[in-house]
Design a protein around this ligand. Structure first.
Ligand SMILES: N=CN[C@@H](CCC(=O)O)C(=O)O
Ligand SMILES: [Zn+2]
Length: 419
């Protein structure tokens, strides 16, 4: 017999439904389209109906399915959260660097001394594909437990053809074997590998001539990301790598202006990047350029906190008309967390987003940053049945009661995966 789930009597069903197309900006980020005494019908992995509990009674009367009824009285219901920026498929762990940073070493000091991204690269190269699948799968479980049902995942801890491909294959396998939706990004330009020290151009050429064509041919990634940073890849190198990716159908993203202002936001606008990430040091000119071209600012307040840096100017970006998304940046160095609820709280506390903007940034706008908004990011008929039931009454409470995991139940494509 067919199965269905009917969630009813939600104190707030936050749908984020809208007729607007594309990422939301300014006031539209606060329009959550909330239904009180809300109700939602999940069947065949898809949302079949959304409305008040009274409106969906008819649906129940006429249904021939075996219906599980969930009484959500006193509970908030939202779309599954979307994390549009993670480095999830890596080997090993870097707690020693956490201590080193507390003693005064900077992120770039550690990286330049062969630690940081280089140390995870060594550990990722050593791990077998199966080992990486097991380690990454556990992280995905933790994301689900925190209400995240779709993530982006980057390579970039291989820095050689074989290991970059291995990381992307791990994500491709997990897309089939794990309930999580994983959208893959190639990030061979995450660092210049140690073997290419002082001959960065050779590595840039390797990415352009060998890595990008193979990644595209095997359809292993949708996006192409570069760490554009002083001492890593210059804006000129970044542009070449992103343009080469575009010629293979890969959509640009940029890790921009994280440690130093480097006109990364301006470059994102110039190359037509879908999003620019971090943006801690972005200037007013960079903000204007992103607003003009509709580049999504993917802001990572947990990373800023973890590196003890001032957070990005999220408030200013929204006021200037930049579409804003937020993310964990889950990675073993600068943000080893899988908690999007924490990131939503931090977006309010450290970047002065309102609770409503923060939720939009973690759902619909996040989906736009990985071109998944047709399927996920809002509760609308025809979209995937990715739904979270929370142990709080309102989205305001979700943002206010910070540092706690309020997830009660998670459905992915209509199936209960948590709770
Ligand atoms: N900043 C560059 N890349 C990652 C960190 C990677 C690492 O430290 O392992 C980031 O987005 O924060
Ligand atoms: Zn990152």
């Amino acid at each position: 017999m067919r199965k269905a789930v009917w969630i009813k009597h939600a104190s707030q069903l936050v749908t984020l439904a809208s007729k607007l197309k594309g990422p939301r900006v300014k006031g539209a980020m606060s329009e959550l389209a909330i239904i009180e005494n809300g109700s939602i019908w999940l069947e065949d992995g898809i949302i079949q109906a959304v409305g008040t509990t009274e409106e969906l009674e008819v649906f129940y009367t006429e249904s021939e399915a075996d219906v599980e009824i969930i009484d959500a009285t006193g509970h908030l219901v939202t779309p599954g959260l979307v994390d549009p920026h993670t480095h999830i498929a890596f080997g090993g762990s870097r707690e020693k660097e956490f201590e080193m940073r507390l003693e005064g070493a900077t992120y770039m000091d550690i990286m330049n001394a062969g630690g940081g991204i280089h140390s995870t690269t060594r550990m990722t190269r050593e791990a077998t594909e199966n080992e990486l699948v097991i380690q990454t799968s556990k992280r995905l479980d933790s994301f689900l437990a925190h209400g995240v049902t779709t993530i982006e995942g980057k390579s970039g801890y291989g820095l050689d053809l074989e290991t970059e491909i291995k990381q992307l294959r791990v994500m491709k396998r997990l897309q089939k074997e794990h309930p999580m939706d994983i959208v893959p990004t190639f990030m061979g330009a995450h660092a210049v590998p140690e073997a290419f020290k002082d001959r960065e151009e050779d590595y840039v050429n390797l990415i352009i001539n060998d890595m990008l064509p193979l990644v595209a041919k095997e359809k292993l990634a949708k996006f192409n990301d570069v760490f554009c940073e002083v001492g890593v890849f210059t804006p000129e190198q970044t542009e070449r790598i992103l343009e080469a990716g575009k010629s293979h159908g890969l959509i640009p993203k940029i890790h921009a202006d994280e440690i130093e202002p480097y006109k990364g936001a301006e470059l994102a606008a110039k190359v037509g990047a879908i999003s620019a990430e971090h943006l801690l040091k972005t200037t007013e000119e960079g903000i204007q350029a992103m607003a003009e071209k509709g580049v999504i600012a993917c802001l990572l307040p947990a990373t800023a906190l973890y590196l003890r840096e001032t957070a990005a100017k999220g408030r200013r970006m929204i006021d200037a008309g930049v579409p804003v998304a937020i993310s964990t940046d889950c990675n073993p160095g600068s943000s080893p967390t899988t908690s999007m609820p924490l990131v939503m709280n931090l977006a309010c506390i450290s970047m002065r987003l309102t609770p409503a903007e923060s939720l939009c940034a973690a759902t619909y706008n996040a989906a736009c940053a990985i071109q998944m908004e047709d399927k996920v990011g809002s509760l609308e008929v025809g979209k995937q049945a990715d739904v979270v039931l929370w142990n709080v009454q309102s989205y305001q409470q979700l943002q206010y009661l910070f540092g706690v995991n309020h997830v009660k139940t998670v459905w992915k494509k209509g199936l209960k995966v948590v709770g």
